[in-house]
Design a protein around this ligand. Structure first.
Ligand SMILES: Cc1cc2nc3c(=O)[nH]c(=O)nc-3n(C[C@H](O)[C@H](O)[C@H](O)COP(=O)(O)OP(=O)(O)OC[C@H]3O[C@@H](n4cnc5c(N)ncnc54)[C@H](O)[C@@H]3O)c2cc1C
Ligand code: FES
Ligand code: FES
Length: 1315
């Protein structure tokens, strides 16, 4: 055996990297960003759940299996999970390697970068490099991909801003035969309303001119490095060993070497894709001293097909597996029955994670946690030789533990083909089936009798998600034997009864959420239906449950008002100008905070979080952490805060570091400061924290009411008017924001400057509060602290306040060590007319008040939506719980209020016998009515939306569908929206701007708003360009900083453009006024000459603008006043189809009408509407926070929280988004108080998705019976698949309801919020 090499060789963007001493524990993204300073690749979740870190990995593949040709493989992978050491002999391509576009690289933008930017597919831009690289890898393999390939390629990429339509539209321009927006591709099937658009009516459907796109020429792509191809044998056959103080990495290249290593190091972890182990290392803080990378052992890479089955090497990736199975499925020589199981595998693999994971994850990596029907595993060890093990009930010995021996390695898996009489099915149910861990999954193999394909001879049924290990349902299988498949429903009932007995689930089940029982039983009829589709429907009614709900390519028809005919071509106002940083974001050159190069002497801060939700903090022992390495400089706690450890808006109840008590699981107790990020992380695990008086935490609203745990009355709000008659008790447990990122980016850097100054660079929407709280923490006046930021990766309200704690921790570290410190981390009479509403609302605020008081206020103010409620008595109380603090997120109280009032309206419809539409129209405000807080209304958009959606005709069609289908139901629902825009406090209606003109004529603008993807900078550049009468290219906005524009208000409440635009206009107008004399004297001289002439005369070329919007007032005690500047009106109509067997749901079509007056930028505004709509969909149909009974949040990060992905958008789109001025509106279309008559856009559409909840039941009586009477339907505030399933009034849901009742003193496995 040749000596192992300890030098890592690979290529990055065509450059050879020789790394003599790679760290076995370092990830590829860490190396790219830290060592190579390639910061275009973004780090967000760090656990394969978002795709922001996508890079392309290319390898020259030598043939291992006979018949394979050598080839170059290009794979999109997650750089956050890829171990650096795994890329030996490979070529890595990052976003910087494919093109430029705004980064000073001199390179032209790659067509993908250009098209994504120009098609408005980049808002905050944090996800964009990952999207680009995913698409790039696809094009390298398929230069003319199909639309399906494009859609599927994005399975592993999340975007929190765009709603995906513009991203997909931009990428579909690469699809074969697709022009992106033409009549014959993406817009097929668009609603007739937009078909009849006549450009002469002043309306347009074109946001992008695709004709100007550069053609894509695959031959211009960089070639694979010749050295890696020519010396592939050497690179692949080299044994490797890399060592650090903490870990050793072995890469054996022969079976003998692998087995020897396993014998010598039985504790060693064999890894392939590292997608399981990597996540454990990050989230469970596990460490592995010895890692064996087994993917270069030929025996583990085989794929051998014989007469009876397939031998698959343990290191074969899931992508390879799917490809090889697909080849076999299309092979005419293979008997049809042999293909049955392969088809089931291919379908299940489609639902398995995203492509980036499947591209590297091995078959056995998942095998170690799952079950395969009839599969046999081959293990090997030096001592024991070859051992074959069938995967049966004995194989799994515990959660993710198998009966494999410590010195063994898995060589291969044998999958038998289905016999002639055998059928195999797979089933997975998840909240978001693509790229999501299953709630429950199942596999079934049924053998029918020889000569009678209806008689079950034998069966194997197994389930995942019902126990810590995969379980074989022997009783259920027995119940099938000797029965006829055509018995249909009777057969299903027999199996379900046995399953109840076999898996008596309760909410105390360790790994099965309570809903699993309904799902696993629900999967049986699904199998029956599936078989029914093969001609054996029997008593399975009409067979409507036989097919899965389809995923279709999404499309969107957009309609917006064109600029008036007389507007000059150079005036950008009202035009769909692409996002000012779009190309830079798409090329990776747009810098986010953590992309800034490290400062000299920079240190890293890693927080130590509390492990209890309610306990006394006794001591913090940092000795082990400090002893780890000299690079660990110190461990900070509350005693190190030189100023105020307490901070808050309405109450000073937030803490930088926990003091005597910890009040939620995950509170910052201490922080390790070290010279290296990884070292700080490692040391944080060594800090010992002692707790006493550990108490049962208050987690839910019910807990809080029981314990009387409320915030002071002064923070609660109560509105009474007239005599309200009916009582509605409504509990709102909507979680709004967590330390876990609801946006993708969150970081902070604090730099000490001379003179005792501190510069705070923070990913926040609220620079001035950041400045003041940091100054308070350091005991400094505010003039010594400057807070600044160029752009942030999304905000949505969640970074208005919760981001400040991170900044304060970093500031304390910078103060203590004098070095730059970085830290990453809501009444009727018989006719259905509402005459009064009495509502008690409870909000789960978490451990601190944050800005929940304001949310309380806005829930009450927004409770009326568009309805005249008459007498009101609405009280909103804030519950104090031992959970992380909630804040305003996605609509500032609107989602909670909308849930409340729209639920009331739908129930009134049922009670009064009126239709959903009629009850709403009956209760609408009439023009001139006055709101519950004394503000006059108008009504808009409802009629336009009804017409656009062809509501009545489609409603009739929905009813017809529902009466003909047993297992599929549709619902059509229209939801109105009236969203008040304003902060509700006069002092918050202000903004400042600074405009500097330089002698070359260029203009630098600074204002008080934070760019977070909402296109703020772009809109303000358009406004300034108009006032200055300059091309937009001559203007620039660099950053937002408290030393340029002081005392900024938070960039929130949909007010940022409204406030900052007049301030910018004012400054620009001052400049222009000063230049007017020069313009008049030399009209033809031009801007540059006028500027220079003014300078020579000593005229100031710098101007400060200021704006204060007067007229806003609100009395918190009486809840009366004028809280809003104006209202944004809209209506949305969606048609949803649900599968009663599984709870699956798709939105068949949505029509949105929103009155944008004369939009400043239709592209930006429509992007905001779509993004908010999809985000609202996530809020109401996917996301669900779950806590352990001990108060620990179980749904951490994007994957468990289930943010909407592109497939969600595909299930839901067909979105006809009409952001048009309402031509037929009764009143004037342009709200007089919006800036330039251009209303705000973002948060309102997120509330429409609440309509999803009222759309689900369907229109017919039958459908309502099926859907509304189920035991889980009572208080459904979220329409996740499991809640829809449990809302069905069938035996399965009833049985589930019974088994969900906890025995006395039993501890539930988890606490779900939002019931
Ligand atoms: C974002 C994301 C989405 C996911 N989605 C899904 C999903 O939809 N469905 C699902 O089932 N799983 C899912 N997973 C988990 C998935 O099962 C694993 O990530 C993957 O299959 C593991 O493969 P790997 O090669 O990366 O394993 P590794 O992380 O490399 O190893 C996993 C385990 O297998 C052991 N092992 C590997 N090879 C051998 C061998 N030859 N001999 C002995 N032991 C070996 C390792 O020691 C380790 O314990 C997901 C994971 C992520 C990160
Ligand atoms: S950062 Fe890698 S997938 Fe999220
Ligand atoms: S643009 Fe995708 S996350 Fe913001």
């Amino acid at each position: 055996m040749a000596a192992a090499s300890s030098t890592l060789v690979f290529y990055v963007n065509q450059n050879k990297i020789v790394e003599p001493n790679p760290d076995p524990e370092e990830t590829l993204i860490s190396y790219l960003r830290r060592k190579l300073l390639l910061t275009g690749t973004k780090l967000a979740c760090g656990e394969g759940g978002c795709g922001a870190c996508t890079v392309m990995l290319s390898r020259y593949l030598r043939p291992v299996t006979s018949g394979c040709q050598p080839r170059i493989e290009n794979l999109a992978i997650n750089a956050c999970l890829a171990p650096l050491c795994s890329v030996h002999g490979a070529a890595v391509t990052t976003i910087e390697g494919i093109g430029g576009g705004g980064g000073g690289s001199g390179k032209a933008a790659h067509p993908i970068q250009e098209r994504l930017a120009v098609c408005h597919g980049s808002q905050c831009g944090f996800c964009t490099p990952g999207m680009v690289m995913t698409a790039y890898a696809l094009l390298r393999n398929h230069p003319q991909p199909t639309e399906r390939q494009i859609d599927d390629s994005l399975q592993g990429n999340l975007c929190r801003c765009t709603g995906y339509r513009p991203i997909l539209q931009g990428l579909r321009t690469f699809a074969s035969g697709c022009c992106g927006q033409g009549r014959n591709c993406c817009r097929q099937g668009r609603p007739a309303a937009t078909d009849s658009v006549n450009e002469e009516d002043g309306l347009s459907t074109q946001l992008t001119d695709t004709a100007s796109f550069l053609p894509y020429d695959p031959s211009q792509e960089p070639i694979f490095p010749s050295e890696l191809q020519l010396e592939a044998d050497k690179f692949d056959s080299e044994s490797l060993i890399f060592q650090s103080a903490f870990a050793t990495w072995h890469r054996p290249t022969s079976l003998e070497e692998l087995l020897k290593l396993k014998q010598d190091h039985p504790d060693a972890k064999i890894i392939n894709g590292n997608t399981e182990v990597g996540v454990e290392v990050k989230s469970k803080k596990s460490t592995h001293g010895c890692l064996i990378y087994a993917s270069h052992v030929d025996e583990l890479r085989k794929f051998d097909v014989d007469e009876t089955g397939i031998d698959i090497g343990a290191a074969v990736t899931l992508t390879e597996l799917a490809d090889r199975f697909k080849e076999l499925i299309t092979d005419d020589k293979l008997a049809e029955h042999k293909k049955r199981g392969l088809r089931a595998y291919v379908e299940m693999l489609h639902w398995f994670s995203g492509q980036q994971i499947r591209n590297v994850a091995s078959h056995f990596g998942s095998e170690s946690a799952a079950h395969e029907l009839g599969a046999v595993l081959t293990f090997a060890s030096l001592k024991g030789g070859i051992r074959q093990v069938a995967i049966d009930a004995n194989f799994f010995v515990g959660y993710r533990c198998t009966s494999a021996r410590p010195d063994e390695a898995l060589l291969s898996i044998r999958l038998p083909f289905c016999g002639r009489r055998e059928f195999q099915f797979g089933f997975k149910q998840a909240r978001r089936r693509e790229d999501d861990i299953a709630i429950v999954n199942a596999g079934m193999l049924v053998r029918f009798s020889d000569g009678d394909f209806d008689l079950v001879e034998s069966a194997t049924v197994c389930f995942g998600g019902v126990a810590p290990v995969t379980r074989v349902a022997t009783g259920a299988a027995e119940a099938l034997i000797g029965r006829r498949w055509s018995e249909g429903r009777r057969l299903v009932e027999a199996v379900a009864a046995r399953l109840d007995a076999e898996f008596p689930l309760s909410t105390a089940s360790p790994c099965a959420p309570p809903s699993s029982s309904a799902f696993y039983i629900g999967s049986v009829p699904n199998f029956a239906a599936a078989e029914g589709s093969h001609g054996k429907v029997g008593e399975v009614d009409d067979g409507s449950g036989a097919e899965r709900l389809p995923l279709r390519p999404s499309w969107g028809s957009l309609l917006f008002e064109r600029t008036p005919p007389g507007q000059l071509e150079k005036d950008p106002v009202g035009r769909p100008v692409p996002h000012a940083s779009g190309t830079g974001q798409a090329s990776g050159s747009a810098q986010f905070l953590d992309d800034l190069p490290p400062s000299l002497g920079e240190v890293f801060v890693y927080p130590v979080f509390s492990r209890h939700a309610a306990a006394r903090l006794v001591s913090i022992d940092a000795s082990a952490a400090l002893a780890l390495d000299p690079g660990v400089l110190g461990v900070l706690d509350r005693r190190d805060v030189p100023g105020n450890n307490e901070y808050g808006i309405d109450l000073s109840d937030d803490r930088i570091f926990a003091d005597a008590e910890v009040r939620f699981h995950g509170e910052t107790v201490a922080a390790v400061v070290a010279t290296d990020r990884e070292l700080a992380r490692r040391a944080s695990h060594l800090v010992r924290v002692e707790y006493a008086d550990i108490r049962k935490p208050i987690v839910t609203i019910s807990d809080a009411i029981r314990e009387g745990s409320y915030f002071p009355e002064k923070l609660c709000r109560w509105l009474r008017r007239g005599g309200a008659m009916w009582i509605v008790l409504w509990l709102s447990e909507r979680r709004t924001w967590w330390r876990e990122k609801s946006a993708l980016e969150d970081s902070c850097l604090v730099v000490p400057r001379d003179g005792g100054e501190f510069e705070v660079l923070s990913s926040t929407q609220n620079l001035s509060s950041t400045q003041s709280i940091v100054a308070g923490a350091l005991g400094l006046p505010r003039n010594r602290v400057v807070a600044r930021i160029k752009r942030i990766g999304g905000g949505f309200g969640g970074k208005e306040y919760r981001s400040i704690g991170t900044a304060a921790v970093a500031a304390v570290a910078a103060y203590r060590f004098g070095r730059p410190a970085r830290c990453l981390q809501g009444w009727v009479n018989k006719e259905g007319l509402v005459v009064g509403l009495k509502a008690d609302c409870y909000l789960n605020a978490g451990y601190s008040a944050d800005i929940s008081c304001s949310v309380c206020e806005y829930i009450i103010l927004r409770m009326a939506n568009c309805y005249n409620l008459g007498a009101v008595d609405i009280r909103c109380r804030l519950c104090r719980t031992n959970t992380p603090s909630n804040t305003a997120f996605r609509g500032f109280g609107a989602p909670q209020a909308m849930i409340g009032i729209e639920t009331i309206m739908s129930r009134l419809a049922s009670a009064s016998g009126l239709t959903d539409r009629a009850i709403r129209e009956l209760n609408f405000f009439r023009n001139g009515d006055v709101s519950i807080y004394g503000h006059a209304y108008e009504d808009r958009c409802w009629e336009e939306c009804l017409a656009l959606a062809d509501y009545e005709a489609r409603k009739a069609e929905v009813d017809r569908f529902n009466s003909s289908q047993s297992y599929r139901k549709r619902g059509l629902h229209i939801t109105p929206l009236c969203y008040g825009i304003g902060f509700g406090r006069s002092f918050l209606q202000q903004a400042g701007a600074l405009v500097n003109v330089y002698l070359d004529g260029s203009v630098l603008i600074t204002h008080g708003g934070v760019e977070m993807g909402q296109g703020l900078h772009t809109k303000l550049l358009q406004v300034a360009a108009r006032v200055l009468d300059l091309p937009i290219e001559r203007l620039y906005i660099s950053e937002t900083a408290t030393d340029k524009v002081p005392n900024t208000v938070s960039s929130a409440a949909s007010m940022t453009t409204d406030l900052n635009a007049p301030a910018v206009m004012s400054a620009c107008q001052q400049i222009r006024d000063r230049l007017l004399p020069y313009m008049h004297s030399e009209p033809k001289a031009g801007w540059d000459s006028w500027v220079n002439a003014a300078y020579m005369d000593g005229v100031s070329l710098s101007a400060a603008g200021f704006y204060h919007g007067a007229g806003i007032h609100m009395d918190a005690a009486t809840m009366q006043g004028r809280p809003y500047n104006y209202y944004t009106f809209g209506a949305a109509c969606s048609e949803v189809e649900i599968d009663l067997l599984t709870g699956d749901h798709v939105t068949r079509r949505s029509d949105i009408v929103m009155d944008l007056g004369a939009s400043l930028n239709p592209a930006v505004d429509i992007g905001q509407i779509e993004g908010a709509f999809v985000q609202g969909m996530g809020l109401y149909t996917l996301e669900e926070q779950r806590f352990s009974p001990a108060g620990e949040l179980l749904t951490k990060g994007p994957a468990p929280t289930r943010f909407p992905d592109s497939a969600t958008s595909r299930k839901s789109s067909t979105c006809s988004c009409c952001a048009a001025a309402c031509a037929n509106s009764p009143g004037p279309c342009t709200p007089p108080r919006a800036w330039g008559s251009r209303p705000s856009v973002w948060p309102p559409p997120s509330s429409w998705r609440s309509g999803t909840l009222w759309r689900q039941p369907g229109g017919s009586t039958r459908a309502k019976t099926a859907m509304l009477a189920g035991p889980g339907s009572g208080s459904m505030h979220r329409a996740t698949s499991e809640r829809i399933r449990l809302g069905c009034a069938d035996d399965i849901a009833v049985r589930h309801a019974k088994c969900s009742v906890l025995p006395e003193n039993a501890v539930p496995w988890e606490l779900k919020l939002g019931h």
